[in-house]
Design a protein around this ligand. Structure first.
Ligand SMILES: Cc1cn([C@H]2C[C@H](O)[C@@H](COP(=O)(O)OP(=O)(O)O[C@H]3O[C@@H](C)C(=O)[C@@H](O)[C@H]3O)O2)c(=O)[nH]c1=O
Length: 181
């Protein structure tokens, strides 16, 4: 397993060690001990989520606030997504900045999105199965987020605007400038 820095403080790309042989390949998708040794991060995740989406679906930008804040280790198990992390920690040197990365089963990359970050992804393939681990449980009352097309954050979701499909909830999220993080 390798860890690579991103331009955002505390947000990392995780690349697994893949063993290939005549049968195909093997890799450890997650190993708490190695994750903690190599990254120095808390690797104790308590919830695993899977979602499936069609082309054009954009989920985000989401976070849970306060004591329910979640760090996430995200990956794509089928198809191709453009995954985006937004630093929403007011005291961070990269506050208000975003980072995006393509995640696919082929590249096997995972993104570590720390607590206090907003997270979202867009689906670039016909369908995509997205998997992520969270280090804190889902808590509906603590959910928040930033509107996907907020001008101040200005994420490039790699999708034509007319193809974007949002949930009702995501279509009315708050703008970055109106937030009190
Ligand atoms: C996130 C979540 C949702 N749900 C339920 C609530 C709702 O009825 C249904 C769908 O929820 P949502 O519309 O919020 O799902 P979704 O828009 O996929 O939300 C997710 O988006 C990505 C980008 C993230 O980063 C996640 O943390 C999460 O916020 O699933 C749970 O039961 N547990 C959970 O952990």
């Amino acid at each position: 397993m390798k860890i690579k820095e991103t331009p955002l403080k505390d947000c990392y790309i995780i690349e697994p060690t893949v063993f290939e042989d005549d049968r195909g390949y093997f890799y450890e998708k997650y190993n708490e001990k190695k994750f903690e040794e190599i990254t120095g991060l808390n690797g104790h995740f308590v919830q695993d989520n899977i979602s499936k989406s069609s082309y054009g679906v954009l989920r985000g930008v989401h976070l849970q606030k306060g004591e329910h804040a979640q760090a996430k280790l995200v990956s794509c198990l089928e198809g191709k997504v453009y995954d985006v992390a937004v630093d929403l920690r007011e005291d961070s040197p990269t506050f208000g900045k975003w980072f995006g990365i393509e995640l696919t089963l082929e590249n096997k990359l995972q993104l570590y999105v720390p607590r206090g970050f907003g997270h979202g992804f867009s689906v670039l393939s016909e369908t995509a199965v997205f998997a992520y681990k969270c280090d804190n449980f889902y808590n509906k009352e603590s959910e928040g987020g930033v509107l996907w097309n907020d001008e101040d954050i200005n994420v490039d979701w790699k999708l034509p605007l007319e193809d974007v499909v949002l949930s009702e909830k995501d279509a009315v999220l708050t703008k970055f400038s109106e937030h009190n993080f």
